[in-house]
Design a protein around this ligand. Structure first.
Ligand code: NAD
Length: 539
């Protein structure tokens, strides 16, 4: 029995097919077969065999393949953007800006810098007893990497992670969200077109059953999960039992602090973009705004004016400012959160549920005032274009308010004084702090992405994102010509020699070292004797 996307969540348990619907028109976009968890063993085995060959391909060749995928995406960028809008519902401009462009930039970065980040790296070991040895980090692939993705950035999140995992020599099993399964298929198609060997990238479809099977599977070496805190916890628990590391990119409740000296034109436009882009369905979207009381009225007036101009509509029209909800369950949650806040004294100054003459669900951007931290709207994730605003009296209060959250994904500070803002940034408990901007940085893979507190564990992107795809294996090279004085047999003279050595090596200053060397000369001789006669006693 097929499933329909207009329900809160596709019922993949009893279904063998997911039908994907256009969130604007609710027309079918296509369908995919659900992968039964019983097939996972053989999928992992195939991926693992393919990885053994792929891992032998020189990293520069793997990087060239990523560059070819980038070329394919560039050649077909309009088709990619339109398809993303059709399946996910974000506006066409957002598909260009928040999906296709970041993928092109990430692929280009991965192809150019991946080989250097992951090439064998000498570890300096200048200690006397290791001076003659050479040590290296050998960045070895985990083998099979699992990637479990959400629907809100269905192209840019998984495609970037796939590219980094592959350049590092892993094979990948990618599970796209059941709300955007066909974009997952497009990612695979792009890699296939570039000549990725069979079995190196596999797409599986479904929801919790196949996702939890991936989390627990011992043949999957590590897992990148992006989604809600609730699911992330389950994934982390299952992976922990299988003794596998995970990177968990989870929810957010980002704050923006607008200081008294902010450039208000920029702050209003930036905060509204941070709150309403992707229809507010962004993990690092602005969901709480704290404005200096001296600028509060002005900010609210200007933000309301702008909100009125952000018209919801057909996401395929380049002039549309706000697309539909990808998932109607999010729409219902947003309506509930705002209505509850209003019942408790909040005021919605603009927007609300909107009818654009199409079948999907829209919410026009809403500025909400008179809010406080007892409201779900200020505590829980809100996946809609809602911008709740609160005044603050001094910046330390603003920092306290911003930190008063279980989440810690991102935060922004809007001020002309970047030095003062930088100081405030260090007090904010979040994975990223942007000064006079918000959230754009996921699009650029040299910058780290990860959350503090419940917003996540670990990092994607940047050199740390590459390192999350590899084991730092130690390679130690000794020419074998230097005798090793501390191997068996042990004896009292050897003990005394090492007593002298450690006192000399780790003495607190040069004078002390010299004194130890001079006063215990005879004891050092035990080591020299042992070096000359490795099998005999050191006496
Ligand atoms: P979700 O947790 O419902 O689902 C995420 C993925 O997990 C989907 O592919 C889903 O099929 C799969 N899944 C569901 N149950 C599972 C289980 N038991 N075991 C393993 N996998 C399972 O989240 P969502 O609704 O798809 O995405 C929205 C959430 O993702 C929001 O909370 C948002 O903030 C978060 N998010 C975070 C980031 C980030 O970078 N931190 C980015 C995007 C989205």
């Amino acid at each position: 029995m097929p499933v329909k996307k207009t329900t809160a969540r596709p019922r993949t348990k009893k279904s063998d097919e997911i039908i994907s619907y256009n969130p604007a028109t609710l027309e079918e976009v296509g369908r995919v077969r659900v992968t039964p968890p019983s097939e996972l063993d053989s999928i992992v085995q195939t991926a693992s065999e393919a990885q053994r060959r792929w891992g032998q391909v020189p990293i520069r060749e793997r990087a060239k393949l990523i560059q070819r995928v980038a070329a394919h995406v560039l050649d077909n960028h309009e088709r990619f953007a339109e398809f993303i809008t059709r399946e996910n519902g974000k506006t066409l401009v957002e598909s260009y800006l928040m999906e296709v462009l970041p993928v092109l930039d990430t692929f280009t970065y991965v192809a150019k810098h991946g080989p250097q980040i992951l090439s064998r790296e000498r570890i300096p070991t200048p200690q006397l007893i290791m001076k003659h040895k050479k040590h290296y980090f050998d960045y070895t692939p985990y083998g099979v990497i699992g990637i479990i993705s959400p629907w809100n950035y269905p192209f840019s999140i998984p495609a970037g992670e796939v590219a980094i995992a592959l350049v590092a020599g892993n094979s990948v099993i990618l599970k796209p969200s059941p709300l955007t399964p066909l974009i997952g298929e497009k990612i695979k198609h792009a890699f296939d077109q570039a000549g990725l060997p069979e079995g190196v990238l596999t797409i599986v479809h479904g929801d919790a059953p196949i996702g939890s099977a991936m989390s627990a599977h011992e043949g999957i070496g590590t897992l990148f999960f992006t989604g809600s805190v609730e699911t992330g916890r389950k994934v982390g628990e299952a992976a922990g039992r299988a003794l596998k590391p995970t990177v968990l990119e989870l929810g957010g409740k980002d704050a923006a602090i607008v200081c008294s000296d902010a450039d208000l034109d920029r702050a209003v436009r930036g905060v509204m973009w941070g709150g309403c882009a992707n229809s507010g369905q962004t993990c690092a979207g602005i969901e709480r705004v704290y404005v200096s009381r001296s600028r509060y009225d002005e900010f609210v007036d200007r933000a309301s004016e702008l909100a009125e101009r952000l018209k919801p509509g057909d996401p395929m029209e380049p002039e549309t400012q706000v697309g539909p909800f990808t998932d109607t369950s999010q729409y219902e949650k947003v309506v509930r959160q705002v209505d509850e806040a209003i019942e408790h004294g909040a005021k919605r100054l603009t927007g609300g549920p909107a009818d654009v003459g199409m079948a999907g669900k829209w919410y026009a951007p809403s500025i909400v005032t008179d809010v406080d931290h007892s409201m779900s709207l200020m505590r829980d994730e809100t996946f809609g274009p809602i911008v709740p605003v609160m005044p603050f009296d001094d910046e330390q209060d603003a920092v306290k308010l911003a930190n008063d959250s279980e989440f810690g994904l991102g935060a922004s500070i809007w001020s002309k004084d970047t030095n003062r803002a930088t100081k405030l940034a260090s007090e904010l408990e979040s994975g990223s702090v942007w000064i006079n901007d918000h959230m754009y940085s996921h699009g650029f893979a040299q910058l780290p992405w990860g959350g503090a507190k419940r917003s996540g564990v670990g990092v994607t992107h940047s050199k740390f994102g590459f390192y999350a795809c590899v084991r730092p294996k130690l390679l130690s090279v000794d020419s074998g010509r230097m005798p090793v004085p501390f191997w068996h047999p042990y004896d009292e003279r050897l003990r005394k020699s090492f007593d002298a050595v450690l006192n000399a090596l780790y003495a607190p200053n040069a004078g002390e070292k010299l004194r130890t060397v001079l006063s215990r000369r005879s004891e050092f001789k035990g080591i020299i004797d042992r070096a000359r006669n490795p099998n005999g006693p050191s006496v």
